[in-house]
Design a protein around this ligand. Structure first.
Ligand SMILES: [Zn+2]
Ligand SMILES: [Zn+2]
Length: 227
């Protein structure tokens, strides 16, 4: 049954938004390190990519085609997870819904997208162990490719998915930087940020702009908001 999200599909009063933000910030444990939270998936992801690439043995052009193919499939998966897990309560991943729809989307709205302090990385990044969970949950596919297709394709699959997770984290964080930040001023990031900011309109979030990286699946599936 679809989750009733109507209560969050309206822009909350500023006082209510401040209250949700204050509660979320107060829940950050004292040992939390924003730069550690950013560095962990980055180092894990880049390390796994380096290891996978080092193990490749003369990949053929056909094997290398796995990279663009996986990018398209993972982009569709990003759309699906965002729409159906982050915006709908889905067992056993309800925590992702609670951290996204009633929290991330209440705190950050289209005209107020910026984090106010580095500790607010915690309100934007996926949990630090997320990249490990994604690596492990992809292992059956990795094993199938390793044993049934080729070692190279399995390695390219691992490298591409890990690279995608790192790109997701970096891009999403960059959209929530203050507009004055040099990273947020580049034309590409500004274009992508506009796409994500539209999704941060509470009235539109359940229906439009589910890609956080490149809006390919949104384009293919007709969910790019007309504005
Ligand atoms: Zn966001
Ligand atoms: Zn969302």
């Amino acid at each position: 049954m679809a989750t009733d999200t109507r209560a969050w599909e309206v822009t909350q009063a500023p006082s209510r938004r401040e209250q949700v933000r204050a509660q979320a910030v107060a829940a950050i444990p004292w040992w939390y390190s924003p730069w550690g939270h950013l560095a962990f998936p980055s180092f894990v992801g880049l390390g796994v990519i380096a290891g996978s690439v080092a193990l490749l043995e003369h990949p053929t052009p056909l094997e290398l085609l796995a990279v663009p193919l996986v990018l398209v499939l993972v982009n569709l998966n990003e759309w699906n997870i965002h729409r159906n897990v982050l915006h709908q309560r889905t067992w056993p991943l309800e925590i992702l819904f609670w951290r996204h729809t009633p929290e991330h989307h209440v705190i950050f709205v289209r005209d107020d997208m910026a984090m106010r302090a580095t500790e607010e990385f915690r309100l934007v990044l996926i949990p630090f162990y997320g990249i490990l969970a994604i690596f492990v949950s992809a292992l059956p596919i990795t094993a199938a490719l390793w044993f049934l297709v080729s070692h190279n394709v399995a390695l390219l699959w691992v490298a591409t998915t890990m690279g995608y997770v790192v790109a997701y984290e970096w891009l999403h964080l960059s959209y929530h930087l203050p507009e004055s930040n040099p990273i947020g001023r580049s034309p590409l990031i500004r274009w992508l940020r506009r796409h994500h900011a539209m999704h941060h309109t509470p009235e539109l979030m359940q229906r439009w702009n589910f890609n956080v990286t490149v809006p390919l699946a949104d384009w293919l599936l007709g969910t790019i908001h007309p504005d």
